[in-house]
Ligand binder design. Structure first.
Ligand SMILES: [Zn+2]
Length: 295
């Protein structure tokens, strides 16, 4: 079953629900970065919620980037997504495999850490950028995003996200669901949400049993109306031109050093590990462009 995201709302329009299955997306990330189980679960959870943030964007020109650093062994984690369902991500240390002694569950909170932040940057296409940042609560990712929505976006939200890693280290199932209380919600809507959530089983287990994104919504709100749905998948939109634009923001002195001492440079895309070579001619073009712009 291909990954999918659905956007739904309760009949009284007081609660909105976004749910997605992300098994293949997480498996693509695992293969791309050779992720070990705890790193795979951490990045998988982060990308699954970032996919939903992408679906909340208003236009195709927009993009949302999430950065998490909690001071733990996994280092900095990055993920981004757009409203077309294209998602990508990477982590500082892909080779983390740690479990909690008592539950034997993957110790995501331990490798992420809680001494740090979750930052959301929305790129509106032009120069307009919105950034919200909150302190990490547990490092387990789901709680941290719930705190972000509630504090930074002032939308009370519940986030359920999970990644199941199989015995051969491949991704068995993954998914996420966000339930948000709209401003005109009543006390009874909030109570209904709390009741539904109190009995909700981990989404990764539900996906492992074969549930679709729509099924996830129906578990919590059987009468919710599905407003839209879209496919999700791993996609990196890097290109040599994008890195050229990045290089042109460097100091003239640094570029000249690369040109005269190293006779070129290479840049690696952290998301997909593609390496782009810039030879002397490329660097001269960039320096020429900077000179023409008076920089
Ligand atoms: Zn790339």
């Amino acid at each position: 079953m291909n990954d999918k995201l659905v956007y739904a709302i309760t009949p009284n329009q007081h609660v909105r629900i976004l749910a997605c299955t992300t098994t293949q997306l997480c498996e693509a990330a695992r293969r791309q970065h050779d992720l070990w189980p705890t790193s795979a679960a951490a990045l998988g959870r982060m990308m699954s919620v970032t996919a939903i943030l992408g679906a909340m964007l208003k236009s195709e020109k927009e993009k949302v980037t999430v950065q998490i650093n909690g001071g733990g062994a996994i280092g900095t984690m990055m993920a981004d997504a757009n409203c077309k369902g294209q998602v990508r991500g990477f982590v500082g240390d892909p080779h983390q495999y740690l479990v909690y002694n008592d539950t034997n569950k993957l110790a995501v909170g331990l490798i992420v850490g809680t001494n740090g932040y979750l930052k959301v940057i929305k790129d509106m296409g032009l120069k307009d950028q919105f950034a919200g940042q909150v302190a990490l609560q547990s490092g387990e990712i789901g709680d941290d995003f719930a705190y972000y929505f509630t504090v930074s976006e002032q939308t009370p939200s519940a986030v359920s996200v999970g990644v199941l890693v199989d015995t051969d280290n491949s991704i068995k199932s993954a998914g996420a669901m966000i339930i948000q209380i709209m401003p005109d919600a009543l006390e009874e809507d909030i109570v209904a949400c709390e009741q539904a959530l109190s009995t909700l089983r981990p989404v990764s287990e539900l996906v492992a049993e074969g549930m679709s994104a729509e099924d996830l919504v129906r578990v919590v709100f059987p009468d919710a109306e599905i407003l839209s749905e879209k496919p999700l998948g791993w996609y990196c939109d890097c290109s040599k031109d994008r890195f050229k634009a990045g290089l042109s923001t460097l100091d003239k002195k640094d570029l000249e050093e690369m040109l005269h001492e190293d006779h070129g440079c290479e840049v690696k895309c952290e998301y997909c590990n593609t390496v782009y070579q810039f030879n002397e001619h490329d660097l001269n073009v960039i320096l020429g462009f900077k000179a023409a712009c008076g920089r």
